[in-house]
Design a protein around this ligand. Structure first.
Ligand SMILES: Nc1ncnc2c1ncn2[C@@H]1O[C@H](COP(=O)(O)OP(=O)(O)OP(=O)(O)O)[C@@H](O)[C@H]1O
Ligand code: SF4
Ligand SMILES: [Mg+2]
Length: 341
């Protein structure tokens, strides 16, 4: 291990991130005033349905959103005392793939189909380090071995299309940890893979995280993955954080009705048919900014109460390391007899 800072120290501090897209249909409010911290060495999961703003949040941190159509209206992201949001393209390129590395859902978007795999990993090393090409290549082979690619010398000379989906994701992980990053951002790293391969890639990601000591932001819509891997969880809905808690508390005692719905939607292993029990109703239209709570049309806790329609709830610190953006979060507390929603 690693020059990755003392575990627990704040590594990244995101404040008031607001991102919108100008589209033909109007302005899409994709991320609305998101704030969170990532501590050195921790695994933080971001969960939420499709379209809730998880990827836009991650991409904006690394300057990867196309602007236009994206517009970052506000936000700071202090990483090791420097604001990522204020960095030039050149400064961000020096950070990306080096101090902060990203793993995407589809490795083919990040791998160059025309270059041999070993060369691509070696190039990531050479881009950020002064060393001889042969040294970088040898390190690339070591990394392939580390991520469980057999015959790494042979495989290093092959092209991405000669690798299976799971193997390509292993290559992505090798590339991501090549420069010993202090922060890994993995955006749905296993969604495109079939279930058995998913488990292998996740445990590899876990091992890579332990090896490097890198803090990890793990974006997923799979609460099973969260339970398995994460220490803290941010739940996103309609571009905002609606709940924030450590993983055990979130599962035991969710304090936002949307989180309750997500937990109910986990497929039950003991059920005859394994299917998701989705939260009734559709995700919100991000073209309109409702004045009240964005969850109100789907919320079983609100029961038509006026304040839900008129006031957007802020994310309130509950004083025990958690936060909820629900006017009536205390009605979900176990000691208050936990309403079933
Ligand atoms: N290039 C774009 N142009 C217009 N709208 C966009 C663009 N990229 C994202 N959006 C919108 O921003 C919102 C947030 O998208 P985002 O990709 O962050 O969702 P997500 O939570 O990552 O969803 P998923 O789980 O499907 O990956 C969505 O409404 C999406 O349609
Ligand atoms: S504020 Fe009201 S509508 Fe929003 S989640 Fe809480 S109870 Fe439901
Ligand atoms: Mg996404």
């Amino acid at each position: 291990m690693t020059g990755n800072g003392r575990r627990g120290e704040s590594l990244l501090s995101v404040a008031d991130l607001t991102v919108e897209f100008a589209t033909e249909d109007g302005v899409v409010h994709a991320v609305n005033g998101v704030s969170f911290d990532v501590a050195a060495g921790e695994i933080l999961a971001i969960v939420g349905e499709s379209g809730s703003g998880k990827s836009v949040t991650a991409m904006s941190l690394l300057g990867l959103l196309p602007q236009p159509p994206a517009r970052v209206l506000s936000g700071r992201a202090i990483f090791r005392s420097r604001d990522l949001m204020a960095m030039s393209g050149r400064e961000l390129r020096a950070v990306r793939g080096n101090d902060i590395a990203m793993i995407f859902q589809d490795p083919m978007t990040a791998l160059n189909p025309l270059h041999r795999v070993g060369r691509q990993i070696a190039e990531t090393i050479l881009l950020h380090n002064r060393c001889r090409a042969a040294v970088a290549h040898a390190r690339a082979v070591d990394l392939l071995r580390l991520v469980g690619v057999s015959q790494p010398e042979v495989r290093a000379r092959q092209y991405p299309h000669e690798f299976s989906g799971g193997m390509r994701q292993r290559v992505m992980i090798a590339m991501a940890i090549a420069n010993d990053p202090s922060l890994l951002i993995a955006d749905e790293p296993t969604t495109a893979l079939d279930v058995t391969i998913q488990a292998q890639v996740l445990s590899l990601l876990q091992a890579a995280q332990r090896e490097t000591g890198a803090a990890t932001i793990l974006i997923t819509h799979d609460l099973g993955v969260v339970a398995e891997m994460a220490e803290r969880v941010l739940v996103m809905y309609a571009g905002g954080i609606v709940e924030h808690a450590d993983v055990r508390r979130l599962f035991r005692e969710p304090r936002h009705p949307y989180t309750v719905g997500l937990l109910h939607s986990i497929p039950r292993l003991d059920a005859d048919v394994q299917q998701l029990d989705p939260i009734p109703g559709a995700p919100p239209n991000l073209l309109a900014q409702p004045s009240g709570c964005p969850f109100v049309p789907r919320c079983a806790l609100s029961r038509g109460r006026e304040v839900c329609l008129t006031e957007r709830p802020a994310l309130v610190d509950l004083g025990d390391g958690r936060a909820s953006a629900c006017h009536f979060h205390d009605e979900l507390a176990k000691d208050k007899g936990a309403l079933h929603v």
